[in-house]
Design a protein around this ligand. Structure first.
Ligand code: ATP
Ligand code: MG
Ligand code: MG
Ligand code: MG
Length: 472
């Protein structure tokens, strides 16, 4: 059964609504009332208050499709079949209502009856000590024992610091030996791309205390997360998430801009996929009111945008490539995200200003960095480390995020003296602070609202103000 990404999202939410879940549209990418996190990276994050019991949920069961950003996966983007920086996470949640059996039964019904995935291709995993989950898979669902993999803490136990935590159970799809590593014992949990993890069911049954004790919760919770792009990749029987209908339409827009044939040159293909992913990420981030900045989430936005701009450059593209590509993101996602579509002109404006700003310095910066690289190539030292001063100059004068400089250097087995870079950064901040006479970070305060002011014109004045701060 082939279904479009937008269709799968709707089928999921409709299914859980029919099972008495309260369904709501995605929360902002900007965490609300949670200073510990820059960007929402899982469906459960905006619902933490319900898990912690500090607020009552609208219903004991909920389901959402949540926009997520995971910059931790940035190096995998375009390289693996399954990682994006921006993705949507489908999730069902139970706040002290149903538990393991309920969650697994609902999930199984959805994937085998609504999506009609072939049962023989589905492989669950459980936490190695979780006999309860193992028994449910074997006796309630009827999966043969040898197809249920027991995995360790890294894969199948979820916890962040103290508080609610617990084991999880994942569902993998067997894409066939042609995707595999060749090991006859290859199973879920293997590094290769044969078994694609697409759904994680977390059973928050413990409350971890300061002493590291796991105390059983009286009312355990359910928190699940299924990557929409991954399930779409499976449903559409394509090799990577970049061939999923909505994403492919953006990828094709990138290809049509440049003079290359996709699939002929691995390095160029990776650049095309990176641009595809990052333009989607920055469109949604700006749509949620984040501004390019040198701090916090604004810096994440800037870093993604400039990384994409550099890859566009590597493909020989000129002009406001990313701004133009916003149209293809809108075409694929605008109907499902009407607020995004409504902010289209605003988003393009913000991205174009940032894109132009980087374009005026990228060539000079790249030329200088190339000269540094050549200089280091000719020196005799074993390890080639760019000084913090030089990396900081690229950052401060030419707008190169540190990570971008690092990435380019790594292509030449070189690195940066990050300690001294940080020292330079601190010094500059202190200079700016004493010049300003206040520690206020204007850009931060602005995007922390997580929403766009009603009046776009006044927002734009705000951008000029942040420009004073960032000095690029
Ligand atoms: P992986 O092992 O593939 O990196 P994960 O175990 O880190 O995934 P979880 O934290 O369990 O992922 O997140 C729940 C689900 O969200 C995953 O099963 C997957 O479907 C999806 N997901 C996670 N990270 C990404 C990503 N970078 N891009 C797209 N989908 C993702
Ligand atoms: Mg991961
Ligand atoms: Mg995993
Ligand atoms: Mg997982």
């Amino acid at each position: 059964k082939s279904m479009g990404l937008n269709e799968i999202r709707k089928a999921f939410l409709d299914f859980y609504e029919s099972k008495d879940h309260y369904v709501t549209s995605s929360y902002s990418l900007v965490p609300q009332g949670d200073k510990s996190l820059l960007l929402v990276n899982a469906g459960m994050q905006p619902l933490k208050k319900y898990f912690m019991g500090t607020e009552m949920p609208p219903k004991p069961r909920m389901a959402t499709c949540q926009k997520c950003i995971r910059t931790g996966d940035i190096e995998n983007v375009g390289v693996t079949a399954r990682h994006a920086t921006f993705f949507e996470m489908l999730g069902n949640f139970s706040f002290g209502d149903y538990f393991k059996e309920g969650s697994i039964r609902f999930g199984w019904e959805f994937i085998t009856e609504v999506l009609e995935l072939p049962v023989d291709k589905l492989w669950p995993s459980v936490y190695f000590e979780d006999d309860e989950a193992f028994t449910i898979w074997r006796d309630v669902i009827g999966i043969p024992e040898e197809k249920i993999t027991r995995l360790g803490k890294e894969d199948n136990f979820w916890e962040i610091g103290t508080g609610p935590c617990g084991p999880c159970s994942e569902i993998y799809f067997d894409r066939g030996p042609e995707y595999g590593c060749g090991d006859p014992d290859c199973k879920p949990g293997c590094e290769c791309e044969r078994f694609l993890e697409f759904w994680n069911h977390v059973f928050t049954q413990y409350d971890k205390d300061d002493q590291g004790n796991y105390n059983l919760l009286e009312n355990p919770n359910i928190d699940t997360g299924m990557g929409l792009e991954r399930i779409a990749c499976i449903m559409q029987d394509v090799d990577t998430i970049f061939e999923v209908d909505t994403i492919k339409s953006i990828r094709d827009a990138v290809i049509s801009m440049c003079n290359v044939v996709y699939g002929e040159n691995r390095k160029q293909d990776i650049s095309i996929r990176i641009i595809t992913d990052h333009v989607k990420a920055i469109t949604f981030m700006v749509g949620d009111g984040i501004m390019p900045n040198n701090e916090g989430r604004g810096y994440v936005l800037r870093r993604l945008l400039r990384r994409a701009a550099r890859h566009a450059k590597m493909l020989g593209l000129t002009g406001n490539v990313l701004t133009e590509l916003v149209d293809s993101v809108m075409a694929a996602y605008g109907e499902s995200y009407p607020n995004l579509l409504a902010r289209k002109d605003y988003i393009k404006k913000i991205i174009s200003v940032e894109e132009e700003r980087f374009q005026t310095t990228i060539d000079q910066g790249l030329a200088i960095l190339t000269a540094y690289i050549e200089e280091m190539e000719s020196n005799q030292e074993e390890t080639k480390v760019l000084s913090g001063e030089k990396a900081f100059r690229l950052y401060d004068t030419y707008g190169f995020p540190l990570e971008l400089t690092l990435e380019i250097l790594e292509e030449h087995q070189m690195t940066v003296d990050e300690e001294s870079f940080k020292a330079q950064m601190t010094m500059q901040k202190e200079r700016a602070r004493s010049a300003r006479g206040s520690g206020d970070e204007l850009g931060w305060a602005q995007d922390a609202l997580g929403q766009l002011p009603k009046d776009m014109a006044s927002e734009f004045v705000g951008y000029d103000q942040t420009e004073v701060e960032s000095k690029i």
